[in-house]
Design a protein around this ligand. Structure first.
Ligand code: SER
Length: 317
């Protein structure tokens, strides 16, 4: 019987992943935790507790008390916010991972999931169809912390046999819980502003292509990777994962099909430099070969769902 701990269950990925894991493993077997309050459906459908991943003593008590067998660590400071508070972001992103890895080794956790990001790549990385193995010279605090984290995951796997699994998520687009402070988050904000005011001021230039993915695909990728037979996994740092690639202009053109008088203006800020250091598209053939990954949701479908669901949210406010 699996007992699962989700750290960061109130966040953009955690709030949706918790519900998906509860469907697979049973509501009472998935323990949602965060330092902040979680959305209603996370609290209603199963156990939720406030827990700070930086508090290693409480963390270990929790894991032993509830006989946890798997941990999903989703707490992190994203790219834009990390540039504002670099040392704090480094401390949070690294210490949370090291706390979990070491605790897992000590108490014998069966499987760990930790997300990496396209932010591990940098200016010197090939921009299109970025391969699994390539030059990695990230120049953001977030990217440096994710690359270091990948090396630690692989180290714990090789040195201690810990079953750590990871994905380099592209920009994630979802309507349930808003992301906070990411460079790719324009592609979420745009839907809120399109519904509310039919206008959006974008902090990236119109032709800034980035790899993106709709949340349903990202959640499915995560559960599929975690269910895959460990003998099939050749990567213990983090898997490249690809969904859709588009730029702000293409996304706004797609929105205009539904809201013809939608207007987008551009006022690039410091996040433009971050975006330009990241790839435009990702080669995820290793994930496809190792555990059969395949994305399902394209730009058209994603836009349709996002508009419909964001509109519903405004109606229920
Ligand atoms: N979506 C993240 C960010 O923009 C990248 O992993 O920070």
């Amino acid at each position: 019987m699996e007992k699962i701990l989700v750290v960061g269950a109130a966040g953009q990925i955690g709030s949706e992943l918790t519900l998906a894991l509860r469907k697979i493993y049973g509501n009472e077997n998935v323990f949602a935790t965060d330092i902040k309050d979680a959305p209603k459906d996370v609290k209603k459908s199963g156990p939720f507790q406030l827990l700070d991943v930086m508090d290693d003593k409480r963390l270990i008590h929790f894991v032993i008390r509830y006989k946890i067998t798997q941990i999903y660590l989703l707490a992190a400071v994203l790219s834009g916010n990390a540039e504002r508070l670099p040392l704090q972001a480094w401390d949070i992103n690294m210490r949370s991972l090291l706390n979990i890895l070491d605790l897992a080794r000590e108490v014998g956790i069966r499987k760990i999931f930790w997300p990496s990001s396209i932010a591990v790549f940098g200016m010197t990385t090939p921009k299109t169809d970025t391969p699994q193995l390539t030059i990695m010279e990230p120049n953001t605090v977030y990217g440096i912390s994710k690359l270091a984290g990948e090396r630690w995951c692989e180290y714990y796997n090789h040195k201690h046999g810990l079953d750590v699994r990871s994905i380099r998520y592209p920009g994630l687009i979802s309507y349930k819980t808003e992301a906070g402070g990411g460079t790719t988050d324009y592609a979420v904000e745009i839907f809120y502003d399109a519904i509310e005011s039919k206008k959006y001021e974008c902090f990236l230039k119109p032709d800034t292509k980035l790899p993106m993915m709709f949340m349903d695909d990202a959640i499915r990728a995560t559960t599929e990777l975690m269910e895959a037979d460990s003998s099939r996994l050749s990567i213990r740092s983090s898997y490249n994962l690809s969904g859709i690639t588009f730029d702000p202009r293409q996304l706004s053109d797609e929105i205009k099909k539904y809201i013809p008088d939608f207007e987008i203006t551009y006022k690039p800020d410091f996040r433009q430099v971050i975006a330009e250091s990241w790839p435009q598209s990702i080669d995820d053939s290793v994930a496809r070969n190792d555990w059969g990954w395949k994305h399902k949701i394209n730009l058209e479908k994603m836009t349709r769902i996002m508009l419909k669901e964001t509109e519903k949210k405004f109606k229920h406010k």
